[in-house]
Write a protein that binds this ligand. Structure first.
Ligand code: GMT
Length: 407
């Protein structure tokens, strides 16, 4: 198939999923076009040679340029691609504006009518009603798609509850490349920890080695980083530990200020965006996520794939990845004291129990393979193409496809 994928290029999970899916589909023989304002964060060097072509969305320089429209620019880029490559499928990642732009592109393009597929990731649904008009456009776009997928059962349920779309929403969980996101060799792990100033072993007999706790974030309010810092302050009162926060975003300056106020600044490292995040994840004792809501929680899956257990809030997607007490712990949202207790439970467990949890985390992550996800998307594409051919987008039979190991 000839497939156009529209996504954001930033380090957020939706762009990562779209890019990795593009590579997995290209490996299965499809012609894949990635459409984004910049090369996506995880786009691989030499992508053009492995069947994925990148197309930059440029916002035209126009006399009224103080009002640039990214949405219109993506629609133009997609319409152009549909015509030039006679696309079979247009796959929009993130409902707004990509699904709407895909609809416009399909209407505007001449000579081809690709199937329109949207994948919902999280805040595109759960924050859409912050602006009623925005929600109306999301609803309109979803109803014009030939297929809609969500990255978790939780997000599917939220989408049905909030939008009552014309068709069912298929669940295709996100996935992880278990060769890249793998447990680190002990020497590599020790080297990464040394660079962070966190020894892998105790410095003196009778004193425990500090725990390395890692969080990856876009520092948006939904991540509740202040809760994480408050929980960490409690953890530090009991045991030596270092918290590494990777990523960048609007709440980062306030998080630094809070770390200083809580007196934990010397033990908190803000390392910004990290290219080879698998090294940082693999060096951790635990991965922490205190979000208010996660459509999926890709960083949770990536940490698990590195053999690292997770403490997360009961906030949607992570509840489908972690069974409380098996691959990690789940804590209520907005309760730093409970979050700290859950984290300490894991850190203070006997070594054999800790090892078993690492193995469970890795084993569970192996069930979310890129190949299975690409196969599930192919099936959605085929069904959507059939629907587009018939020219009908309403009253669609339920599509229930799961690529990962949902319980
Ligand atoms: O909504 C965001 O904060 C960003 C968005 C993105 O573009 O990465 O993240 C969402 O998509 C990811 C990939 O499917 C999910 O793993 C994240 O859980 C989801 N974020 C939220 O729902 C907050």
């Amino acid at each position: 198939m000839r497939i156009g994928i529209a996504c954001f290029p930033t380090s957020g999970g939706s762009g990562v999923v779209a890019t990795e899916l593009g590579h997995a589909l290209a490996a299965r023989g499809h012609e894949v076009h990635l459409v984004s304002p910049a090369p996506p964060f995880r786009a691989r060097a030499g992508a053009a040679t492995d069947g994925v072509r990148f197309h930059r969305v440029s916002i035209p320089d126009y006399p009224l340029r103080e009002y640039p429209s990214y949405g219109m620019a993506v629609a133009c880029a997609l319409a152009d691609l549909v015509e030039r490559r006679r696309l079979d499928v247009l796959h929009a990642h993130y409902a707004f504006p990509h699904a709407l732009a895909g609809f416009l592109a399909r209407e505007a393009a001449q000579g081809a009518r690709p199937a329109l597929v949207a994948t919902l990731h999280g805040t595109d649904i759960t924050l859409a009603d912050r602006h009623p008009c925005h929600a109306r456009l999301v609803s309109f776009a979803l109803d014009r798609c030939d297929a809609v997928t969500a990255v978790s059962e939780y997000l599917r349920a939220e989408t049905l509850r909030r939008f009552r779309p014309a068709h069912d929403v298929a669940v295709i969980p996100n996935f992880v490349d278990a060769r890249t996101f793998a447990p680190l060799a002990p020497a590599v792990r020790a080297a990464v920890r040394r660079r962070l100033g966190v020894p892998a072993r105790a410095r003196a007999a009778g004193t425990p080695a500090p725990a390395l706790l890692v969080h990856v974030s876009n520092f948006r309010p939904v991540k509740r980083v202040p809760d994480l810092l408050r929980a960490f302050a409690r953890i530090r009162r009991r045991i030596p530990a270092v918290l590494v926060l990777a990523g960048a975003g609007e709440d980062a300056p306030a998080a630094r200020a809070l770390a200083r106020r809580l007196g934990i600044a010397p033990h908190v490292r803000f390392v910004g965006e990290v290219r080879r995040i698998e090294r940082l994840l693999g060096a951790a004792d635990l991965f922490l996520l205190a979000s208010e809501m996660e459509g999926f929680g890709l960083s949770v899956l990536e940490a698990m794939s590195c053999g690292v257990p997770v403490v997360a809030t009961r906030c949607g997607g992570p509840q489908e990845l972690i069974e409380d007490g098996v691959e990690g712990r789940l804590a209520p949202v907005g309760r730093p004291a409970d979050f700290a207790r859950a984290t300490l439970d894991l850190l203070e467990a006997a070594p054999a129990e800790r090892r078993a949890r690492c193995e469970s985390a890795r084993a569970r992550a192996l069930r979310f393979s890129p190949e299975a996800a690409a196969g599930a998307y192919e099936r959605v594409y085929r069904a959507a193409a059939e629907r587009a051919r018939r020219g009908s987008t309403a009253a669609v039979a339920p599509l229930r496809l799961a690529a990962g190991g949902r319980r």
